[in-house]
Design a protein around this ligand. Structure first.
Ligand code: CTP
Ligand code: CA
Length: 230
């Protein structure tokens, strides 16, 4: 291949990628959210499209231009993201969850803007959100699908041990683990990661642009796709 040319090794494949960060409404003007920019998910969408895939990008609160060649579905909350992923996963060869999903949401969202009353504020009661990634694995097993499922995790402390435990708990095929701290991961242009595979493989991806990391992730996905099953 000519330098800069891309192997169309995802041609005929359908991939679904979640990106961004969910927002959990407290009242009509406030939410619980996170700092995920969506850049890594968008880089995965761009690179998959460049490699020939049919790409659906489920974007939660991302302020970036639509990637060329991807169909974009916009959501906001974790429950909306869960519903969108449940609808889009059918028939996908690979599903990649880069979205930062809020672990908890307020039990109720006030219909009117919460006002100061002079008294102490009422506590906000939280309930756990569905684990979308684990649910995708359950759906795949139930339907006996050949589908590669990838998660992302930001970890501190013993990053690999935490990542291994999370990979096992979620049941996905690949977990891309970022070490957080030192200005990495959230909102930065560059990314570094270790990819842990359910087959025991450990692949270090050196610090580089999010596109380069995305391409390495697709390499690992392509290796795991059933051959010729289109
Ligand atoms: N994830 C998900 N649904 C959730 C929470 C997380 O699908 N409710 C996905 C994320 O998109 C990511 C992966 O799971 O791909 C790991 O997210 P992380 O927050 O690290 O996992 P948790 O199970 O929430 O563990 P922790 O308690 O460490 O936050
Ligand atoms: Ca979490």
């Amino acid at each position: 291949l000519r330098r800069g040319a891309v192997a169309p090794d995802l041609a005929g494949r359908r991939v679904v990628i979640s990106a961004g960060g969910t927002r959990e409404a407290i009242d009509p003007v406030r939410f619980i959210g996170n700092h995920s920019s969506g850049r890594q998910g968008y880089a995965l969408a761009r690179t998959a499209a460049a490699r020939g895939a049919d790409v659906t990008l489920v974007a939660a609160n991302v302020d970036l231009p639509d990637p060329a060649g991807a169909r974009v579905v916009r959501v906001s909350s974790a429950v909306e993201l869960s519903e969108a992923m449940a609808a889009e996963r059918a028939g996908a060869d690979a599903v990649v969850m880069t979205a930062a999903v809020a672990d908890f949401r307020p039990v109720t969202s006030a219909a009117s803007k919460i006002k100061k009353s002079g008294a102490a504020p009422a506590p906000i009661e939280l309930v756990e959100n569905p684990d979308i990634l684990a649910g995708l694995v359950v759906d795949r097993e139930r339907e006996g699908l050949e589908q590669t499922i990838v998660g992302f995790a930001a970890e501190t402390d013993d990053v690999i041990a935490n990542g291994r435990a999370k990979l096992a708990r979620k049941g996905c095929d690949l977990l891309v683990v970022n070490q957080v701290g030192g200005g990495r991961a959230f909102g930065t242009e560059d990314n570094q990661a270790t990819v842990l595979a359910s087959d025991g493989a450990v692949v270090d991806i050196p610090t580089g642009p999010k596109e380069a990391l995305a391409d390495r992730v697709w390499d690992l996905v392509v290796e795991r796709l059933p051959r010729g099953a289109r």
